[in-house]
Design a protein around this ligand. Sequence first.
Ligand SMILES: [Zn+2]
Length: 636
Amino acid sequence: MNLDYQVLGLKVGLEIHQQLDTREKLFCSCPTVLRDDPPHYRIIRRLRPTQSELGEVDEAAMFEFKKGRYFIYECYEDTTCLVEMDEEPPHNLNPEAVEIALQIALMLNMTPVDEIHVMRKVVIDGSNTTGFQRTARIAMGGWVDDEEGRVGIQTLCLEEDAARKIKEEGLAVYYRLDRLGIPLVEIATAPDIHSPEQAQRVALRIGQILRATRKVKRGIGTIRQDLNISISGGARIEIKGVQELELISKVVEYEVLRQLNLLAIRDELRKRGVQEVPREIYEVTEVFKNTKSKVIRRALEAGGGVYAVMLPKFAGLVGKEIQPGRRLGTELSDYARVAAGVGGIFHTDELPAYGITQEEVDALRKAVGASPDDCVVFIAAEAEKARKALEAVVSRARYALEGVPKESRAANPDGTTRYMRPMPGAARMYPETDVPSIVVSKTYLEELRSKLPELPEQKVKRFIESYGLTEDLAKLMINSAYVDLFEKLATKPGVPPVLVASTFEYTLKSLKREGVDVSKLADRHFEELFEMIARGRVAKEAIPDILTWLASHPEASTEDAVKALGIVTLSLEELRVHVKSLVESNAELVLSNPGRAHKVLMGEVMKKYRGKVDGKQASQIVLEEINRYREAKSSE
Ligand SMILES: [Zn+2]
């Protein structure tokens, strides 16, 4: 797609949530581990929306509460405690988490606050047992540089992660308390990002800085990015929970497309002179009494009816695609689903289809007094449910006259998004009086500043200079899960750093593509392997076979692998003995043409020992022995 994002006035802000890898949780001494074994016990709670001091009730809070939900919290005897259950006040802020957050703030060029105050932010989805999330602002006003311009960092907050949603069963929502209280940093950029690619680059850059601390958790679910996206004439849309970095540019691109299409639909509706969408709901069960549509028949047999609303002069627009595979009809359907829990809606733009005939469509139009210019939306369900759903459809259709409604949306795996809920009002904050504030002293900050972790670009430079890696390999390595192990191995005598890095970044990836479960390989396997390579016990050509074997025998040692694979190892001493005898039997050539002799002898050596000796080491020994023989002869 070739859109001029500058002209469209695209503005994107990122909000990045990253879990910290601390020993303890933010407000208690429980470990920061997630568990998959069955919980030891469960507690049940129901939350109700609280009024703010001004007496107003959060719209989003009421919205959740009206659904009548209750919450079941899953606990463990040994890794969750009374703090997570809200049976005991929170302990003091975890100093390890505060230190990491301050480090990150300094690396993002931010100004830390003088005193850290913990606040309560109202949360109504049950993901916190207290009904609020504790959060503390750590720093403000920083930046990261990007090729399309500097992007401001507005705030960095230290927060407790929410409980982990396990499942929903009817009105019950199950949450596991293992994740509740794990420290996370929330980093919000200014809306300074002006293209989809820039959004992705800035997220990557911040991610690199976070990982540079080596104190953040890694893996799926440990980092979540929310995007705030708007274009001129559109609306600010919040897209929650993009987990994969690679999806960010696509999500931005598709959201711009969606807003442009919604604006085009609005203009067309205005051109058609649509003033408003009536709220009137018609019962049209009679039209479908002999229907072949299975969905409708099932609903009627369950005692439901068919109910419809009329969208005047909407014909053709409800079926218009606004994102790949998603239409205005999909948006209407999302509103109905979220408001009333219905499976979906029918609309005349997509009919006849799904077992619904042209005759039924004609009868339906007649029943609600719709002309061919109008669109009829209908639902087969129990009366009250259908009414709620259709009211939501009408509200959404009314927004179509204005353009883009302000919403929170959730990202789909393909980069499109779906409606989640109305945009929550500004978060309501109250001071958390149970947790004392912390003064951030100048001396403490100076101390932190003096031992800040290496920035990614400094590390790339060092890897190129100290270890001889190419720039590509250095960049891969600094983002690798094996970066620490790489440095440990690369500094050992006799271990070629490039070989270590390419094993981690190229060999392991190609083995993974071949279906080898490389996650089974332990650090000690690599340590043993490279130690054997350093001693000349194993040639580098044997690495893929050894790692493949170890991945399916993770309990075994590299020594076992070498034996099992029948890798006959040749010591450098044995090799030298063989080379010496080769030199002697080719004495004439060695003396007359040492360059050619080197080639011939290497050919012999590699023919005999391929896979058992390292080519480079063999070449060195052949060279040494040729020179030694020539020197001995010339001094005779
Ligand atoms: Zn605890």
